[in-house]
Design a protein around this ligand. Structure first.
Ligand code: G3P
Ligand code: CA
Length: 291
C-alpha cells in the first residue's frame, strides 16, 4: 500500500519535477560558496521568528538562504511556526483564553490569522502574522531567496509530506533537482525525510541530528545532508559525512546549527562544515569574511 501511494504521488509530481541527476562529481556546495550562512527562522535575532518580517530582515542583510518550520492547522492549512503551541510567539492566550494548551493543530487557519505574532518580540512588530506556507513561499520567491524547509513534528500531521510537496510543486520549487533547486527539506524525523525522498526523488533533503558515524551510510540512501547541532560535531565527524555520497551523487553536506557568535562560527567552520544556520547571520557572516 505504501509503495502504491508513493508511486502514484511521485508520478503526479513528475510533470513538475525534473528527475535528471547531476552528473558533476564536484564537491557539493549546496548553499553557495562555503562556508555559507542560513538565516534561522529568518533573521530571527532582528525580527520575530518564522514571519515575513524575519524573511525580509534576512533579505535586507543580503542573506539568500532562510530556514523555517512548517506545521498544520486544524482545518489543514500549512503554517510557518516553530512550537507545537501558539503560546510563546503569539497573543493567543489573550485572544482565545479558554483554549489551553493552544496547540497549532487545534486552531483553524482563520483563527491563527487573527493572532499577533510580532508584539512578543518588539512593539514595532505589532500586527505581524503567522504566515501560511503559501504566503511565505511567495515572499521568499519575491526576495529571490532559497529555502531550508523544516517539517516540524511530522508525527502530529499525517500526510504533511505530500501536502508540502504539492504546494512546493505548485510554486515551481520542484522544477530543478538538488543541488540546483534552491530548496532543501529537513527534519528530525528520518521516516519523514525518507518519505519525502521517495515521493519526490529530485528534492534535496537533510537529516537534523548527529547519527553515529557507523549509521551514516543508511542515511546517505535518502538524505543529501546531515544538519547537526554544532556542539555535537568534530572535524572527524564532518569528514565522515563528506566521505559518503548522497542520493544525488554528491558528498553529504553538513550545515551546523545554531551558531550565533563569531568565535563559534570560526571554530565550527574550522571543522569543515558546508555552512552554518544562525539567528544572527550578519554577525556570523562578518566573522567569516574577516578570516
Ligand atoms: O535548522 C536547524 C534548527 O532549526 C533545528 O532546531 O528547534 O530550531 O527547529 P529548531
Ligand atoms: Ca527549525
Amino acid at each position: 500500500m505504501y509503495a502504491r501511494v508513493v508511486a502514484a504521488f511521485a508520478a503526479a509530481l513528475l510533470g513538475a519535477t525534473a528527475l535528471l541527476l547531476p552528473t558533476s562529481d564536484a564537491r557539493a556546495r549546496v548553499v553557495g560558496e562555503p562556508p555559507s550562512v542560513v538565516a534561522h527562522r529568518g533573521a530571527s535575532a532582528l525580527a520575530p521568528e518564522n514571519t515575513l518580517a524575519a524573511v525580509d530582515a534576512a533579505a535586507g542583510l543580503g542573506v539568500d538562504w532562510v530556514e523555517n518550520d512548517v506545521q498544520r492547522t486544524k482545518d489543514g492549512a500549512l503554517v510557518v511556526i516553530h512550537d507545537d503551541s501558539l503560546r510563546r510567539t503569539t497573543d493567543v492566550e489573550e485572544v482565545f483564553p479558554g483554549r489551553s494548551p493552544w496547540k497549532v493543530k487545534d486552531f483553524t487557519a482563520a483563527e491563527i490569522a487573527r493572532l499577533d505574532a510580532g508584539s512578543w518580540f518588539a512593539p514595532r512588530f505589532a500586527g505581524v502574522r503567522v504566515p501560511t506556507l503559501d504566503e511565505y513561499m511567495r515572499r521568499v520567491e519575491d526576495n529571490g531567496q532559497n529555502l531550508l524547509l523544516e517539517i516540524k513534528n511530522p508525527e502530529l500531521y499525517p500526510g504533511i509530506e505530500q501536502q508540502i510537496l504539492k504546494l512546493l510543486g505548485n510554486e515551481g520549487r520542484l522544477d530543478r533537482p538538488y543541488p540546483d533547486g534552491r530548496l532543501i527539506v529537513q527534519s528530525f524525523s528520518a521516516d519523514s525525510l525518507r518519505l519525502v525522498h521517495d515521493l519526490a526523488p529530485g528534492v534535496g533533503t537533510a537529516f537534523l541530528g548527529t547519527p553515529p558515524v557507523a549509521d551514516l551510510p543508511e542515511y546517505a540512501a535518502f538524505t543529501d545532508g546531515i544538519n547537526p547541532s554544532y556542539a555535537s560535531i568534530s572535524t572527524d565527524y564532518v569528514s565522515a559525512a563528506h566521505a559518503l555520497t548522497g542520493p544525488h551523487g554528491r558528498p553529504l553536506a553538513v550545515l551546523a546549527w545554531t551558531v550565533d557568535d563569531a568565535a563559534t562560527a570560526l571554530r565550527v567552520t574550522g571543522y569543515g562544515v558546508d555552512g552554518v544556520i544562525s539567528n544572527k547571520p550578519d554577525v556570523v557572516r562578518a566573522a567569516l569574511r574577516e578570516r
